[in-house]
Write a protein that binds this ligand. Structure first.
Ligand SMILES: NC(=O)c1ccc[n+]([C@@H]2O[C@H](COP(=O)([O-])OP(=O)(O)OC[C@H]3O[C@@H](n4cnc5c(N)ncnc54)[C@H](O)[C@@H]3O)[C@@H](O)[C@H]2O)c1
Length: 336
């Protein structure tokens, strides 16, 4: 099926950790990485050299380039919105990294640009494409174990020396701290699994350890009008890296543990309740190997561009997630 699709010329804006992963994913799909831009010109030229691509320190050289069909925006959060909107205005498809903006109005600005351009956008919530998560999503859809009742998730890591000085902790650049960083994935996954809107019912954002201007830990309770709730906890005072997402159905509990590498082998465990209840039957599936989620997400966007069904996060999804994050931050600032 892929053979019939048109291959495109891509520009990568932001040549950091994720820009490099996105470029590798594109190449693995046969797409052309044609240009790379980063304010740090050396970063741009180092990454560009791996793909025989052009490199720039000014991102507009990519958004204004008529040869470029699609753009990955993998910068710090403060410029995600401006760059994505400009790329759309210049007729490019866009893969913008999560959270797509520091606040709802920045995401809304990209939505407005997309509506005018008619081009396709995916927001990089790549966790949707981890294999255990896709399997759990199928169980939600099929209702094989009954209705989804509630969810409970934890996600965190232990930082690194000087972590409190990184941009991720600067509200001006990032829009917040750990909640907008890793916590945004948990909000997106709650919405992805339940296919429901959620409102913030409870939140605590605190600094326990890092001497930074934004929270290192957040706990949220989300509730949907249909009665599904999601208890989310995210922290970079999590000395052993952790990813855990539990889904509770009427007749089974489904646990997703690990995301590979330092988070441990990705595992899906299904605890099936028996009619007589008591200890459940247990089925464990392990997903070893490399993280293919960036590749799968990029492929999904290419399908969307080609008018095929697609499950990657939309700008509207990102808007809902950032609205919940904003509500938690507003509550925190009211408390002082
Ligand atoms: N999906 C995931 O699992 C995941 C994981 C980590 C980060 N991210 C997201 O990816 C994005 C980038 O994160 P990262 O970890 O790669 O950060 P990073 O610090 O490694 O890279 C960001 C790059 O953006 C560049 N940049 C900043 N302003 C720029 C501008 N105006 N023009 C061009 N380049 C500019 C920086 O110089 C830097 O090289 C963020 O949105 C982050 O939230 C996603």
């Amino acid at each position: 099926m892929r053979k019939k699709l048109v291959f495109m010329q891509w520009g990568i804006i932001g040549a950091g950790l994720i820009g490099a992963k996105r470029a590798a994913a594109l190449q693995s799909l046969g797409e052309k990485v044609a240009a790379v831009a980063d304010v740090d010109g050396k970063r741009a030229s180092d990454l560009a050299a791996q793909y025989s691509a052009k490199s720039f320190s000014d991102w507009k050289k990519i958004t204004h380039d008529e040869q470029i069909n699609a753009v990955v925006v993998a910068t710090t959060h403060n410029v995600l919105s401006e760059i994505s909107a400009d790329a759309l205005q210049h007729g490019k498809h866009v893969l913008v990294e999560k959270p797509a903006g520091r606040n709802p109005s920045e995401v809304r600005a990209i939505i407005a640009a997309q509506k005018k351009s008619g081009k396709k956008v995916c927001v990089g919530f790549n966790h949707r494409f981890h294999p255990a998560i896709l399997e759990a999503k199928k169980l939600c859809k099929s209702e094989k174990y009954g209705k989804l009742l509630y969810m409970r998730a934890r996600y965190g890591h232990g930082g690194r020396p000087g972590y409190e000085k990184e941009w991720r902790f600067s509200p001006k650049i990032s829009g917040g701290g750990q909640l907008i960083d890793q916590g945004s994935h948990l909000i997106d996954l709650s919405r992805f699994f339940a296919e429901k809107e959620f409102a913030l019912s409870y939140s605590v954002c605190k600094n326990y350890f890092w001497k930074a201007a934004a929270e290192d830990t957040a706990v949220l309770v989300l509730e949907s009008p249909s009665g599904i709730s999601s208890l989310l906890s995210t922290s970079c005072v999590q000395w052993k890296n952790l990813f855990s997402f539990e889904l509770f159905f009427e007749r089974a509990q489904v646990n997703i543990d690990g995301l590979g590498r330092s988070y441990g082998v990705e595992t899906l465990t299904i605890y099936r309740m028996k009619p007589e209840m008591g200890p459940p039957d247990v089925e464990i599936r392990r997903f070893e190997g490399d993280d293919e989620s960036f590749r799968a997400e990029t492929e999904d966007l290419i399908m969307r561009i080609n008018g095929k069904p697609s499950v990657s996060a939309t700008l509207e999804d990102a808007f809902e997630s950032i609205s919940i994050i904003e509500a938690a931050y507003k509550k925190k600032s009211k408390k002082g």
